[in-house]
Design a protein around this ligand. Structure first.
Ligand code: ADP
Ligand code: ZN
Length: 723
């Protein structure tokens, strides 16, 4: 295993394996067939890519989509690993070159489609080559029980006859036992090792909200992620078109994606998103398969999906790189209605299962408990942590109303009194004591429950009714959603949990997970490096993340390396990438730091490597928490040195806290941190130049004012000008 570990560092620049990767690789190395089930972003590809380099011969990888193959081959190539694919979109020249490489035994990995893999001529071709092993990626496509059955995958059952002695390794993110069994049986695997990882995604923060206004709700979430990549899922094509137009008009870089668009447009939009040329893709469920983009920072469901399987799949596209990401689900009772109508059109048995799944999904939306726990429980896994620290419930954004029981009792009473003849909206009207004519004319103002929840507000009551329905206390019957109590409500021993109407804004809680992954990162430098990455990616015709992931850029902007040796220590920098890109990135870092007076390779706080475990231990205070504590100390007028020693943070870090504090508090006076005379000198200097680069200013002041003071002064001057 040590050999594999070394290769991991050398080619990928990673320090350690993710859960189950080592076990999965061991079965490849030992030549035992395997079925590996890991969630999206779990790092499945590495499980076969690394052994493919370590073992003699070439591994053949069956992959369902050309885009997936291309993406992996690009990534491998940039890491200096010999890999290629054969597909129908290639030119004759490319094909000849790949053929030659295969014959000369130069490739470690060859990617092909399932159709090609079972062609007799291709099988014969492979018989002349030294094969290390065969990989079936996205193996759930072979099973009708999966969510993405592909008939061409079924044909792969012929592989065993074609290659009786080959070792086969299969990978999927679909967790059910049914699918797993199908894979092993259809491919006739030999006593396969079955490895199933945890499906929890600790770096994802889940939030669910009843939709109040689509555009406003969606924008509030996007605005927590400026310039970051996000996917917005809608139920219908028409929703995609209208929402995308609204966002574009509001100045967001958004593109649509659904099956109704021309093929070429769809492709172009997807490509633009992958290459970071558009920030947002607004899509139906048609979007996603074949997208390996690792830096999706948020996934919004603008409408409720029809099953938890779908939700898991779609929301799982966020944060593949292991960095924090947010998954928000906006739902309404109407979404439930739309799906119910659609599902009821299908044939009998199918509709039944569909409705069951839909109800589970709705229960998730209206449920009041930890989202991580609920999702895992659905897939049969037990969540062991008490509080996940990464869902609206555990972050205390949804409070359970202390008087849930009384509220529920009032609602039950009202439904009973209305005698199973009213839907949710009307029931809410009565509970809130509405004086609308339709209420009065029916004499419902004389019911005992009339006005019982008047002071709670229509919105809240309406939402509670939905919550009770989803928790199984009431049913919505027929076209008009007539409410009817279930035995559960009548039992009297029930303990419904109702959410208090939302007050807190999640904005304050942003990045509660893995909060310290921004710790010490200079965001300006990060932006500069992002631009450089973009231009390198254009030059080479690959997506930006193929050059370096966000995590690597943050690590660069944190370590600010000066030498190649230091650059090699950055997360995700292997030998090849260091050779190809090291000089460019080092130069950019040097220039930025000089221009902005940033210290280079600051050491003290970087000794511990940024491992996923440390990142997620979350007990190290997050940057936000530190900022907050620092702010309290600044408010007391403490100096940089004092705050630095109280918080145990470097002075340079504290300086950046101070700068942010000044911006947040909108201060125009930099005392006591910068004295008045110095501040006046800075004011004068800025009046003499339009050049706001710090270096320029620093020189103008003959290097007598330290950089951090310049920054503080400038921040105050900007506030003054704005104020
Ligand atoms: P999956 O196919 O399971 O969805 P990928 O193989 O695409 O996941 O991996 C997701 C991301 O995680 C990729 O960017 C990959 O380079 C990265 N990754 C995989 N293994 C490791 C590891 N051991 N350490 C750090 N990053 C890793
Ligand atoms: Zn939770």
């Amino acid at each position: 295993m040590q050999e594999l570990q070394d290769l991991l560092k050398q080619y990928w620049g990673y320090e350690e394996f993710r859960p189950l990767q080592a076990e999965a690789m061991a079965s490849v190395m030992q030549g035992r067939d395997s079925v590996v089930v890991l969630p999206t972003g779990g790092g499945k590809s590495l499980c076969f890519q690394l052994p493919a380099i370590a073992l003699p011969g070439m591994a053949v990888v069956v992959s369902p989509l050309i885009s997936l193959m291309k993406d992996q081959v690009d990534q491998l190539t940039e890491c200096g690993i010999a890999a290629a694919c054969i597909n129908s979109a290639m030119t004759q020249d490319e094909r000849v070159r790949v053929n030659r490489d295969v014959r000369e035994g130069r490739l470690h990995l060859l990617y092909v489609s399932p159709e090609r893999m079972v062609q007799p001529s291709f099988i014969a071709y492979l018989h002349d080559v030294q094969l290390s092993f065969i990989v079936v990626d996205e193996a759930h496509c072979i099973s009708q029980w999966g969510h993405d059955f592909r008939p061409e995958y079924r044909e792969l059952s012929r592989l065993r006859d074609a290659f009786p002695h080959a070792h086969m390794h299969t990978y999927t993110a679909t967790a059910t036992a049914h699918v797993r069994d199908d894979i092993a049986r259809e491919l006739r695997l030999h006593e396969p090792e079955i490895l199933v990882g945890s499906f929890d995604r600790p770096n994802l923060t889940y939030r669910v909200r009843q939709r109040q206004g689509r555009q406003r709700d969606v924008r509030a979430i996007i605005d927590r992620h400026p310039r970051e990549a996000g996917i917005i899922y809608c139920i219908r094509r028409s929703d995609v078109d209208s929402l995308c137009t609204e966002l574009t008009m509001a100045g967001y870089r958004a593109l649509p994606y659904h099956a109704g668009l021309e093929d070429s447009e769809r492709k172009a939009n997807q490509e633009a998103f992958i290459r970071d040329e558009a920030d947002i893709i607004v899509a139906t469920v048609a979007f996603g398969m074949g997208i390996d983009k690792p830096n999706v920072r948020y996934v919004i469901h603008a409408g409720m999906p029809k099953s938890i399987e779908h939700y898991q799949q779609e929301s799982g596209r966020a944060g593949r790189d292991g960095l924090e990401a947010e998954c928000c689900l906006l739902f309404s009772g109407g979404d439930y209605g739309i799906w119910k109508y659609i599902i009821q059109q299908s044939e009998e048995g199918v509709a039944e299962i569909g409705l069951q799944k839909l109800n589970e999904m709705y229960r998730y939306c209206t449920g009041v408990s930890c989202r991580h726990r609920t999702l895992l429980a659905y897939f049969g896994e037990t969540y062991t942590k008490d509080r996940c620290g990464a869902c609206d419930f555990c972050l205390d954004e949804v409070d359970v109303a202390e008087d849930s029981n009384e509220v529920a009792a009032a609602i039950f009473q009202c439904v009973a009194e209305l005698g199973s003849m009213a839907g949710p909206s009307y029931t809410a009207l009565v509970l809130c004591g509405s004086t609308e004519q339709r209420v009065l004319s029916k004499g419902h103002n004389n019911l005992a429950s009339y006005g019982a929840l008047a002071e709670r507000g229509q919105m809240a009551v309406r939402s509670w009714i939905e919550q009770l329905a989803a928790q199984g206390y009431m049913e919505k019957i027929g076209e008009y959603h007539i409410l009817q109590l279930t035995p559960r409500a009548r039992a009297g021993d029930a303990a419904p949990r109702l959410a208090k109407p939302v007050r807190r804004t999640p904005a304050a809680k942003k990045k509660a997970v893995a909060g310290d992954s921004w710790e010490g990162v200079d965001e300006g430098l990060f932006e500069a490096l992002r631009k450089l990455r973009q231009s390198k990616a254009r030059e080479r015709g690959v997506p930006a993340y193929v050059i370096f992931g966000d995590k690597s850029l943050r690590d660069m902007a944190r370590r600010r390396p000066t030498k190649t040796k230091e650059f090699m220590e950055v997360h995700g920098v292997g030998r090849t990438k260091c050779t190809k890109f090291g000089d460019f990135f080092l130069k950019a870092i040097r220039e930025y730091c000089t221009e902005h007076g940033l210290e280079m390779s600051p050491q003290e706080e970087q000794d511990e490597p940024e491992t996923p475990a440390r990142q997620l231990s979350a007990r190290r205070p997050s940057r936000e928490e530190m900022q907050e504590r620092a702010g309290e100390l600044f408010a007391e007028g403490r100096s940089i040195e004092a705050v630095s020693s109280i918080l145990q943070r470097r002075p340079t870090t504290v300086e950046s806290y101070l700068e942010r504090y000044i911006v947040q508090q909108d201060l125009a006076d930099p005392s006591p941190w910068v004295d008045a005379a110095v501040h006046e000198r800075v004011r004068e200097a800025t009046a003499h130049t339009n050049d706001t680069r710090l270096k320029r200013l620093y020189d103008l002041l003959d290097g007598e004012v330290e950089y951090w003071k310049l920054r503080i002064s400038l921040a105050c001057l900007r506030n003054e000008a704005a104020g």
